[in-house]
Design a protein around this ligand. Structure first.
Ligand SMILES: O=C(O)C1=C[C@@H](OP(=O)(O)O)[C@@H](O)[C@H](O)C1
Ligand SMILES: C=C(OP(=O)(O)O)C(=O)O
Length: 424
């Protein structure tokens, strides 16, 4: 099959994969670390940061606000400064940039404008902007509740108590908590509405704030209270990105092989840690060793019935494995994925069915029934996790081409090279 500029022939293997991989740092930890470092009392170092489109955009946003981010032997050295406009921030299609930077901009002196990819204008930020206004920010979004927008900072933000509906994205809450200690009165965030997704990401926010010396009270469900005070960061070590481990562990599962992900933390707040139980349920066997975490495929690939609300970003890979499974799957609790990089529920159903599969949308998820797949073009919709899901299917279904594999650069620029090593 000829490789065209935007069609990547997914490698197919005729035997079980057997590989050990080192994965770059977590996007979610890197971009939290950068906000905390920017607001820290002292300079700090972010160790083993992810360098990908989303994190380079974060570094660019901070630099635009006058904070120094310098290369330091593979790490990022951050020298804080009072955030200052005028500045313009390109959020690309990074949820963490479009949600985590506005509270920092509200603390800035001067105007900060935000815009991003066309898709960024469709992704929800309205509840966050409403909350920031209630906490004292002056925001001009033309009444759209979406990007583009301008925040006119006064060098401080009163803060206080605010109620919002964070069912569309946990990042609204994380965003307010990450900068909240620097608001004059701190912040109390109260959620009202359907459940907030992505609980591990909220745990990650709270854990990283604690490590930075910030007091966070989570004793009442759906209420987070951050006391006003200094943020003190000296060094933050970023763990490997366990969500990006998903396609690699899936490779072992669907080929009945073995993949070891080096340096898998024994304790972590990352949602990717749930892959150990999800992929065990789907037929794999996992084992920790000094080297990391190994997933052994057993030759059996089973479907799964799961509510993935807490770990929504694992859905595309779980769905790819489900499309290759011998029994049906039902994945629910993920309505909010319709406003991720793309409408992931619709995209997964369309692409699995395009390859001959049998998938169906639910309002808040999808059903996938076993059916033999064939080759064809797998569209990625500018979604890194759609692209890697196409690669997983292509590993065992000959003739799959993934459109725009370069979109994996959002969180894992080395994906094609790493994948070729696993598939070689
Ligand atoms: O805080 C974070 O780092 C993230 C939270 C989640 O967002 P949602 O709660 O919007 O799904 C997740 O899907 C995203 O990839 C990263
Ligand atoms: C939803 C995701 O990203 P974002 O941080 O842009 O929301 C994701 O990485 O799966």
């Amino acid at each position: 099959m000829a490789e065209t500029a935007s069609h990547w022939p997914a490698p197919t293997v005729s035997r079980p994969v057997d590989a050990t991989v080192s994965l770059p740092g977590s996007k979610s930890m890197t971009n939290r670390a950068m906000i905390l470092a920017a607001l820290s009392e002292t300079p700090s170092v972010v160790r083993r940061p992810l360098r990908s489109r989303d994190t380079v955009l974060m570094a660019g946003a901070l630099r635009a606000l006058g904070i120094t981010v310098a290369e330091a032997d593979g790490d990022w050295a951050v020298t804080p400064a009072p955030p200052t406009g005028p500045a313009s921030v390109d959020v690309g299609n990074a949820g963490t940039v479009m949600r985590f930077v506005p509270p920092l901009a509200a603390l800035a002196r001067g105007e900060v404008s935000f815009d991003g990819d066309p898709r960024a204008r469709e992704r929800p930020v309205g509840p966050l902007l409403g909350a920031l206004r209630a906490l004292g920010a002056d925001i001009d979004d033309g009444g759209r509740g979406a990007l583009p927008m301008v925040i006119r900072g006064r060098g401080e933000l009163p803060g206080g108590t605010v109620t919002l509906d964070a069912s569309g994205s946990s990042q609204f809450v994380s965003a307010l908590l990450l900068s909240g200690a620097r608001f004059t009165k701190g912040v109390e965030v109260r959620h009202e509405g359907p459940p907030v997704p992505s609980q591990p990401h909220l745990d990650m926010t709270v854990a990283m704030l604690h490590d930075a010396g910030v007091e966070v009270d989570t004793s009442v469900p759906d209420v987070w209270r951050v006391a006003p005070g200094p943020i003190r960061v000296a060094e933050i070590a970023v763990e490997p990105d366990l969500s990006n481990a998903a396609p690699f562990l899936a490779a072992a599962l669907v080929t009945g092989g073995r993949v070891t992900v080096r340096d898998w933390p024994r304790r972590t707040t990352q949602p990717g840690d749930a892959l150990r139980s999800l992929f065990t349920e789907m037929g794999g066997r996992v084992e920790f060793s000094d080297e990391g975490l190994t997933l052994y495929g057993t030759g059996e690939v089973r479907g799964i019935t799961a509510d993935l609300r807490d770990v929504g970003e694992l859905t595309p890979t779980v769905a790819a494995v489900a499309a290759l499974a011998s029994t049906p799957s039902r994945i629910t609790g993920i309505a909010h994925l319709r406003r991720h990089e793309t409408d992931r529920i619709a995209a997964l159903v369309r692409e699995i069915n395009r390859l001959g599969g049998d998938a169906e949308e639910l309002p808040d998820g999808l059903v996938i029934r076993p059916r033999r797949l064939h080759g064809g073009l797998f569209h990625s919709y500018d979604d890194h996790r759609m692209a890697t899901s196409g690669a997983v299917i292509g590993l065992v279904v000959p003739g799959v081409e993934v459109e725009n594999i370069a979109t994996t650069g959002k969180t894992l620029p080395d994906f094609p090279a790493l994948w070729s090593e696993v598939a070689s």
